[in-house]
Design a binder for this molecule. Structure first.
Ligand SMILES: Nc1nc2c(ncn2[C@@H]2O[C@H](COP(=O)(O)OP(=O)(O)O)[C@@H](O)[C@H]2O)c(=O)[nH]1
Ligand SMILES: [Mg+2]
Length: 335
């Protein structure tokens, strides 16, 4: 069953849901179709190879090697790939899997199992704080600002939450303008500071003003590049601390954007960030433009940080909850 917005977000009893929370089956099928389309580059690369390997008849060492290669090419990651293929090979040897169809079904299941968070609640985003503060971090260009715009739109539209954005990426005037553009499109308020002002003070103001205005959710944009990695991490730590001064316990959720087109490099970035600031969830962006969509499985399996949302385009609606089963199916299943 594909996840919808109410599966990802814990809204509590007071949620003012204005849009139907349950997506109708028809709509869900539509989303799955779009996910498949958006993952078509990865699926074509991976699917063709998988079909060629698993349907080849004779299953020998070469078959498994080719399957491993295909998964690694799709950036599923060495560790995850090795685990999955070893398991599949063992089950096939024991005679439990006959034929290409059974093999590809089982492969899909194994990939999904690895990508599914162990503890269901850790893959959700708790919006029951009053207000909830979400901080979004990530390297420049990975899609922070775009994601925040889409997120604000969905939170308001699907969950009836009022949202205030904080433009704490103050290093580039264009960054603030870009966020302001998204605020307008999403129909929410934004708090900005003068160009070059202290990111911490803008974040502080955004939380304060959000509280004064009775916002449900405050989303803070941050800088993604400074002179050095150390500067950046120190800055993010400071922004977090300042937010916590304005509202104890905040930020309640720190999301990290990872650009799927950067493959294993994205995985390394995610590791670096998560060592410096506590990252609660990954937003995997640009899945529509990559043949390396397997990175979602590598992140989930190797980083131990749940992928919570995926970006599959540049429009407002192109942000979706991540669903391990759907995702694995969209990657592996033949046309
Ligand atoms: N195709 C595609 N492009 C995206 C997606 N998310 C972001 N982008 C594009 O990536 C570029 C950088 O995004 P931006 O939000 O400015 O990144 P930031 O520097 O981290 O804030 C922009 O041109 C976005 O339109 C996505 O899911 N799919
Ligand atoms: Mg930005």
């Amino acid at each position: 069953m594909p996840r919808d917005w109410t599966d990802v977000f814990i809204t509590g009893d007071g949620a003012r849901v204005v849009a139907p929370a349950q997506e109708e089956p028809e709509k869900r099928r539509g989303f799955f179709r779009r996910l498949r389309e958006n993952l078509s580059k990865t699926r074509q690369a991976l699917g063709a190879e998988i079909q060629a390997t698993l349907f080849a008849g004779e299953l020998d060492a070469e078959t498994w090697e080719r399957l491993e290669e295909a998964l690694i090419m799709a950036d599923v990651g060495a560790k995850t790939t090795a685990e999955v293929v070893a398991r599949l090979e063992m089950e096939a040897d024991e005679g439990g899997l006959e034929g290409g169809e059974a093999l590809s079904r089982r492969l899909t299941e194994l990939l999904a199992d690895l990508a599914r968070p162990q503890d269901g609640d850790s893959s959700r985003i708790d919006l029951t704080h009053e207000p909830t503060v979400i901080m979004v971090a990530g390297v420049n260009g990975t899609g922070k600002t775009t994601t925040i715009g889409k997120l604000a739109w969905h939170l308001q539209r699907e969950l009836g939450k009022s949202v205030v954005l904080g433009a704490a990426d103050t290093y580039r005037a264009a960054a603030v303008e870009q966020l302001a553009g998204w605020a307008q499109r999403a129909g929410c308020e934004i708090v900005t500071g003068p160009e070059g002002s202290d990111p911490g003070s803008v974040a502080f103001d955004a939380v304060r003003q959000g509280r004064e205005r009775g916002a449900d959710v405050i989303v803070i944009d941050t800088a993604g590049r400074l002179h050095t990695q150390d500067h950046l991490m120190a800055e993010l730590t400071k922004v977090r601390r300042v937010i916590g001064k304005q509202l104890e316990g905040a930020p309640h959720e720190t999301l990290l954007t990872v650009d799927a087109t950067t493959g294993q490099n994205g995985l390394r970035q995610a590791k670096l960030f998560s060592e410096a600031v506590p990252v609660d969830g990954i937003v995997l962006t640009k899945l529509d433009g990559t043949a390396k969509g397997g990175i979602a499985l590598a992140i989930a399996g190797e980083l131990g940080i749940p992928v919570k949302l995926i970006g599959i385009g540049e429009a407002l609606e192109d942000l979706r909850p991540f669903d391990a089963d759907d995702f694995a199916r969209a990657l592996v299943a033949p046309e």
